[in-house]
Write a protein that binds this ligand. Structure first.
Ligand SMILES: [Zn+2]
Length: 324
């Protein structure tokens, strides 16, 4: 699968799969990305050179570390040991990572710690479109209907009457990959002199990089999750993140408040990026968080008629509003 579906006409099975795939993609479901590799605990997948965690290869996401790697062909099982007590790492650097390389290492470890290895020793493939993970053409064809229904309900979850309309539109464009991140423009044949992230220059500017993996985005999410006392921001997908689910039991009102905070954060990440790209203005994450806390407090006090918001609770224990 990895090299793409290369011989569509060589067997009827493959051409059926391709046809179903094309139909599925017409429904805005990314067929090719619907197969995920399940990484076993003795995985022989290349640690740096194959896509197995996140949206890109680790060599692209963490280029400084990759340069320090003594064995650039190493496999996952060479670098990670999985046991009941968690992951242990077996690095082989040409020198100890310092400075920006060391902060890459912390981001990498954070990413790895959130990763779910499968229980088996070796790798396998799983079709994420089917609930049992097993691929079949019939199942796939039936999914077209289901996906249509769920994409309707998706737009349902993208409604939040606490959020400004402008914000709803932004989130919708973000999830539909309609924001002009450099990679999206590049895919449409627009010639750019760089497709790297303008904020960190440490990876390609994909939507996932900008909003999830970029160290500036991670920094903001970590602070926001900390502010809301929701633990660590753990490698959530963009969809999961913007859905507003929390680890806490929350009232539907509380969920809406938290979801709109997440949306505002995503909006700020994009704003910081645009200020840099178009106005050459450097952003500052702690200042952004402060601004989010102040501006959104004003907004929410205004919007949630009848609900009393207290500035001190908002700053020190906003999780209070998840249940109250
Ligand atoms: Zn970045």
């Amino acid at each position: 699968m990895e090299g793409g579906l290369s011989h569509p006409t060589s067997s009827s099975t493959w051409s059926n799969i391709i046809m179903a795939g094309i139909k599925i993609e017409e429904e805005n479901v990314n067929f090719r990305n619907s197969f995920s590799r399940q990484i076993g605990i003795e995985s022989t997948t290349s640690f740096w050179n194959e896509i197995w965690i996140g949206s890109s290869t680790l060599r692209v996401l963490f280029p400084r570390l990759f340069r320090l790697e003594n064995q650039q062909e190493s496999r996952i099982c060479d670098r990670i040991r999985v046991s009941n007590s968690g992951l242990t790492y077996n690095w082989d650097w040409s020198r100890n990572p310092t400075g920006r390389t060391n902060s890459e290492l912390s981001n990498l470890i954070r990413l790895l710690n959130g990763f779910a290895f499968s229980n088996s020793n070796s790798d396998s493939w799983c079709c994420t479109l089917a609930t049992n993970g097993i691929f079949s053409v019939n199942r796939l064809t039936k999914l077209i209907d289901e996906q249509q229904a769920s994409s309707n309900s998706d737009s349902e979850t993208l409604r939040n009457n606490l959020a400004p309309k402008k914000l709803e539109v932004f989130v919708w464009r973000l999830l539909k990959r309609r924001l002009p991140a450099r990679i999206e423009l590049d895919k449409r044949g627009i010639d750019l002199h760089s497709v790297r992230c303008p904020l960190c220059d440490d990876g390609l500017e994909t939507v996932e990089h900008t909003f999830i993996f970029c160290k500036h985005a991670m920094d903001l999410w970590e602070r926001v999750f900390g502010w809301w006392n929701l633990g660590h921001f753990n490698n959530l997908s963009l969809n999961e993140l913007l859905r507003g689910n929390t680890s806490n039991q929350s009232s539907s009102f509380g969920k809406k408040v938290w979801q709109s905070v997440e949306w505002v954060c995503a909006y700020y990440i994009w704003k910081i990026r645009n200020n840099l790209v178009f106005r050459d203005k450097k952003g500052n994450i702690p200042v952004a968080l402060n601004e989010i806390q102040i501006k959104f407090f004003e907004w929410i006090t205004h919007r949630s008629k009848g609900k009393k918001f207290d500035w001190h609770i908002w700053l020190s224990n906003p999780s209070f509003y998840l249940t109250n």
